[in-house]
Design a binder for this molecule. Structure first.
Ligand SMILES: [Fe+2]
Ligand SMILES: [Fe+2]
Length: 300
């Protein structure tokens, strides 16, 4: 069996395969999702065991309606973070295309991925509206980060950030897509997202590995730092206080219980397992920045 970090094919080989896949299997959420189908009462929006308070003392005291409402708020929060992240990724991909040869398949695939991410963000926005929710705004520091990252991230550091944004959500969205007890419209959105994201992950992983052969010590440590800070940012964002408040809970107490919840830590480790395996093999988890990984609870 091939290791995940075996020498990747050339840039053009990867990009040509991904372009062929995009041509064969892409979606237009406007027409491929039945936006008029009614929501089904009594159904969760994410799998129950992935809700951050699942199994806590507070969860035991919540009514079924309140649990479902929290699952909806957490779903909205996740895709709000998804839109924020995709907007940054789009900028990074456009800057990559701007620097490189526009006749190459590598650049053509960057454009293709941008087009897919634009459709995803529209689809997520439409889903938030469809379930009767409001998007979560990221705080000012995050917006400033989003202004800076596209200018400073290149090569393996850029791909490490990309994979932190794509892979954890991808694993959790696969669970959501498969769970037949959930709202059908949410499952339909996740199915589209998961299908197209598989290509994005491959584009990022293979180019990260190509770049690793060329980085110096400092660049490698920087890529490690970016991945580790990404882990922490992810954990912080998924337990945002406001989502508990919108579900009618005491935000401070709910956030405290969620962050100490062993079930949630397990769900995080499950979601992060795949990217942690890849980044470990690529030698991008290690050294002092491992501290942030531990604090994020994405690894033990
Ligand atoms: Fe996406
Ligand atoms: Fe993506």
């Amino acid at each position: 069996m091939n290791r995940r970090t075996d020498t990747p094919p050339s840039r053009e080989t990867t990009a040509n395969r991904l372009l062929a896949s995009s041509a064969k299997l892409s979606y237009d959420p406007d027409v491929d999702i039945d936006w008029d189908a009614p929501l089904e009462p009594g159904k969760y929006f994410v799998p129950e065991q992935l809700v951050t308070l699942y199994g806590t003392e507070l969860w035991g005291r919540m009514s079924q309606e309140q649990r479902i409402e929290l699952s909806k708020q957490e779903m909205i929060n996740t895709i709000s973070v998804g839109i924020w992240f995709e907007t940054i990724l789009i900028q990074m991909l456009m800057r990559l295309a701007y620097r490189k040869d526009p006749t190459t398949a590598h650049v053509h695939y960057a454009y293709t991925e941008v087009a897919e991410e634009c459709r995803h963000s529209m689809m997520f926005g439409r889903l938030i509206d469809r379930v009767g929710g409001r998007p979560y705004r990221q705080d000012l520091r995050w917006y400033l980060l989003g202004q800076v990252l596209p200018f400073v991230l290149r090569g393996p550091a850029m791909w490490a950030a990309t994979l932190m944004g794509e892979e954890v959500f991808d694993v959790l969205q696969r669970d959501t897509m498969r769970d037949e007890n959930l709202q059908p419209i949410v499952r339909a959105v996740m199915r589209i997202h998961v299908t197209e994201e598989a290509r994005h992950v491959r584009y990022a992983r293979e180019d990260l590995l190509r770049g690793m052969g060329r980085v110096n010590r400092l660049e490698k440590e920087f890529a490690r730092l970016v991945a580790a800070r990404g882990a922490l940012l992810l954990a912080t964002s998924l337990t945002r206080r406001e989502q508990y408040e919108r579900a009618g809970l005491n935000g401070r107490e709910a956030q405290r219980q969620a962050r100490a919840n062993p079930n949630m830590h397990e769900a995080f480790r499950h979601g992060a397992g795949r990217v942690v395996g890849f980044l470990t093999e690529a030698d991008l988890i290690g050294g002092p920045t491992k501290y942030f990984w531990r604090r994020s609870k994405l690894i033990v």
